[in-house]
Write a protein that binds this ligand. Structure first.
Ligand code: 4NP
Length: 161
């Protein structure tokens, strides 16, 4: 069985591709690439088909993570039939997702930082209108959530085989 995780922000060019790239690195380290699939999407369709923002690519590259090949897409209702986790970067994203989410969705649709125990924020701030430090801070935050998400996946999905 494959577990599927979707990371969601507004434009799908800054936070969610960063979260996806970083989480993929965690999966690789844990030897779980074959058991967990990832994707990312935006609640808005403005940047569909585009690569991540150059500042997000640069900030990720500084930590050895290559997000160059990711391409933006817009989240759809169908995603809830495919993904076990639909994880929002901020509460505006989450509200938009909840308006698409079927009532009987069996997976988890929540804030990504719900998995980041002890993090200084509950949401990942939008770095789009700021400088490079905002992009580095996104990496700091999603790093903290990655460990908790992996533990949740292990406990809910993989421990039973
Ligand atoms: P993201 O950041 O949601 O983290 O991808 C943004 C990207 C683009 C815009 C806003 C936020 N925009 O207004 O185009």
């Amino acid at each position: 069985m494959t577990v599927k995780v979707l990371f969601v922000c507004l434009g799908n060019i800054c936070r969610s591709p960063t979260a996806e790239g970083l989480f993929k690195a965690h999966l690789k380290n844990a030897g779980l690439e074959g058991r967990v699939q990832t994707d990312s999407a935006g609640t808005a369709g403005w940047h569909v088909g585009k690569a991540p923002d150059a500042r997000a690519i640069a900030a990720a590259a500084e930590r050895g993570i290559d997000i160059n090949a990711l391409r933006a897409r817009q989240v759809t209702k169908k995603d809830f039939f495919e993904f076990d986790y639909v994880l929002a970067m901020d509460s505006a994203n989450l509200n938009d997702l909840l308006s698409l989410c079927p009532k009987d969705y069996p997976g988890r649709c929540c804030l990504y930082l719900d998995f980041a125990e002890g993090a200084p924020e509950s949401e990942v701030p939008d770095p789009y209108y700021g400088g490079a430090e905002g992009f580095a801070y996104v990496l700091d935050l999603v790093e903290q959530a990655a460990t908790g998400l992996l533990a949740d996946i292990n406990q809910r999905h993989l421990a039973r085989g």
